[in-house]
Design a protein around this ligand. Structure first.
Ligand code: F0G
Length: 461
C-alpha cells in the first residue's frame, strides 16, 4: 500500500439522526452569566453555554439501539429483566462475577469503601479522583498517591503516565504492613493525570506484587475502553488485539471494580460495583438497599440498565474508540499548532491545558486554571473545567493541597460534537492565549466543605 492510504483519516462510525439546537450568546450576555456564576463554570446555566466541555460524564449521545433498548426497560421493583441483561453484559465483557447497580460511580465508591476500608487503613492509588478519595476518607482511610512521578509532570511525554510506581507501594507496605492496606485503588485512563493510561505490563507486575502480599486490587473502570485503546496503539504485543480482548484482560488482573457508566458505557446516568468475591457481594447487597435501592436496580430505572448493557458493547468497538480518541487528538494537535501548552501525550477523554504555563504570572493561590476556564467561556461560550488547586481541596488538617498539575480540562462528550466544533474551541483558546499577559487572577469568596470545586464562588482580583 502507498503511504497515502496508510495515513487515511478516521471518521465516525455513525451518522446523525437528530440534533439539539444551541443558543448563541453575545460577549455581554456571557459576562453577565459568568458574574452570576461566581466565575465558576459549574454554576453556569447550560442554556448559556455554546460548546459544553465541562465533562464527558453523562453527556454522551446514545445510539438508536440504546434508545430502542430504553423502550424494553423492565420497571419492576424487584428482579427486573433489565438488571439481568446488564449483569450479563458486565459478566461477558468485563468478566466480573457479581454485580450491584448504583445510581452512578460515587454510589458504588461509597458502598465499596464502607465494606473494605477500616479506620486507620491506607489506600494507595494511581492518583486521586475527587469523589473516590473523599469516600475513602469518609470511610476512615488515608489515600496515598503511588502513581509514577512522570504523571505529575505536565511536560513528560511518557506513554503510560497512569502507571504505578511499585517502589512507592512497597514503601507503604513495609511501613504500615500489608494488613493495613485496604486495597490498591487503580484507575484505568487516569482522569486527573490528563486521561493517561496504565500499561498492561505495569498492571501485571502490580498483580504479581499484590498477590504475594495478599492485597486486593480495586479497579475504577470508568474509562477502561479508552485505556485499552492506548494499550492497543502503544504497547508491544497488543497491536493485533481487539479492544474487547484487552478490556477483558485488564479486568482479569483485578479483584473488583467501581464504574461510572456515564463515561465509557455511553449512557447519561448509571454505574455499578462489581466483585469476584461472594462475601463482598453479600455485604454490598445489604448496603445498597440503604443508599441506592434494591440490589436489582440500585437507583436506576430498568431502561437505564438496558441502555448500559447496549452501551458497554458499543464502547468496545474498535472503530468507535478510534473516532472517539481521534477527535480528542485532533483538538489537541490543533491547539499545539497555536502554541498552547497542553498535557502530553494527548489523553483519552479530553485536552488538558497547562494553566501554570499559560498564565505564569499568576500564583497558584490566584487560581490560574479557574481563571482560564472563566476567560475561555467569556471568549466563546465554550465551557471547560478547573482541575487544579480548587479541585484538589483541603487536607484533613484544613491545609490546601497544592497539586503540581494546575489544569483546565476540555472534556469531549462522546458522539456529540463535530470537527468544526473542535476548530472553534482551538481558535477561541488561541484568542485567549494572545491576550494572556493581561489576564488577572481570582479570589475565592465562598467555599463549601466537601468537593468545593462544584459550588465555590470567586471574584476578579
Ligand atoms: N471515577 C472517575 C475516574 C471519574 O472520572 C468519576 C467521575 C467518578 C469516578 C465518579 O463517577 O460521577 O458517576 O459519580 N467523573 C466526572 C468527571 C464527574 O467529570 O470527570 P460519578
Amino acid at each position: 500500500m502507498t503511504k497515502k492510504f496508510n495515513n487515511r483519516s478516521w471518521a465516525e462510525p455513525y451518522k446523525m439522526k437528530m440534533v439539539e439546537l444551541l443558543k448563541m450568546t453575545t460577549k455581554n450576555q456571557r459576562l453577565k452569566a459568568l458574574k452570576e456564576a461566581g466565575f465558576n463554570t459549574f454554576l453556569l446555566k447550560s442554556e448559556d453555554v455554546y460548546i459544553d466541555l465541562l465533562t464527558d460524564s453523562g453527556t454522551n449521545s446514545m445510539s438508536d439501539r440504546q434508545w430502542s433498548a430504553f423502550m424494553t426497560g423492565d420497571e419492576a421493583y424487584a428482579g427486573s429483566k433489565s438488571y439481568y441483561n446488564m449483569e450479563k453484559a458486565i459478566q461477558t465483557f468485563y468478566g466480573y462475577k457479581y454485580v450491584i447497580p448504583t445510581h452512578q460511580g460515587r454510589g458504588a465508591e461509597n458502598i465499596l469503601s464502607q465494606i473494605l476500608i477500616k479506620k486507620g487503613d491506607i489506600v494507595p492509588g494511581n492518583m486521586y479522583f475527587t469523589t473516590t478519595r473523599l469516600h475513602q476518607e469518609l470511610a476512615g482511610g488515608k489515600f496515598e498517591d503511588i502513581i509514577i512521578d512522570e504523571a505529575h509532570d505536565a511536560k513528560s511525554e511518557f506513554p503510560f503516565k497512569g502507571n504505578v510506581d511499585l517502589n512507592k507501594l512497597d514503601y507503604l507496605v513495609k511501613k504500615h504492613g500489608a494488613s493495613k492496606i485496604s486495597y490498591v485503588s487503580i484507575a484505568t485512563n487516569v482522569n486527573m493525570a490528563g486521561g493517561q493510561p496504565i500499561s498492561m505490563a505495569n498492571l501485571k507486575a502490580l498483580r504479581e506484587y499484590t498477590k504475594t502480599h495478599g492485597i486486593r486490587i480495586i479497579h475504577d473502570m470508568t474509562r477502561v475502553a479508552e485505556n485499552a485503546y492506548f494499550i492497543q496503539q502503544r504497547e508491544e504485543g497488543y497491536a493485533n488485539k481487539k479492544i474487547k480482548e484487552i478490556v477483558f484482560e485488564i479486568c482479569s488482573l483485578t479483584d473488583g471494580a467501581t464504574m461510572s457508566a456515564k463515561k465509557d458505557a455511553l449512557v447519561n446516568i448509571g454505574g455499578f460495583l462489581a466483585t469476584n468475591e461472594w462475601d463482598v457481594f453479600e455485604e454490598a447487597r445489604n448496603l445498597v438497599v440503604v443508599y441506592e435501592g434494591l440490589h436489582t436496580y440500585g437507583g436506576l430505572a430498568g431502561r437505564d440498565m438496558e441502555a448500559i448493557a447496549v452501551g458497554i458493547k458499543e464502547s468496545l468497538d474498535d472503530h468507535h474508540q478510534r473516532a472517539r480518541v481521534g477527535q480528542v487528538e485532533y483538538l489537541g494537535k490543533k491547539m499545539e499548532e497555536f502554541g498552547i501548552p497542553i498535557v502530553k501525550p494527548i489523553g483519552g477523554h479530553g485536552i488538558f491545558v497547562d494553566a501554570k504555563a499559560f498564565l505564569p504570572h499568576l500564583t497558584q493561590d490566584q487560581f490560574p486554571a479557574q481563571t482560564l476556564a472563566a476567560e475561555i467561556y467569556l471568549d466563546s461560550g465554550v465551557r471547560t473545567m478547573e482541575r487544579g488547586i480548587v479541585s484538589a481541596g483541603r487536607k484533613a488538617n484544613g491545609e490546601n493541597y497544592y497539586p503540581d498539575l494546575e489544569l483546565v480540562r476540555f472534556t469531549i462528550p462522546r458522539r456529540v460534537y463535530t470537527q468544526a466544533h473542535m476548530d472553534v474551541i482551538a481558535e477561541s483558546t488561541a484568542m485567549v492565549y494572545d491576550r494572556r499577559k493581561k489576564i488577572k487572577g481570582l479570589t475565592m469568596i465562598y467555599e463549601p466543605k466537601y468537593l468545593r470545586f462544584f459550588q465555590a464562588r470567586f471574584d476578579k482580583l
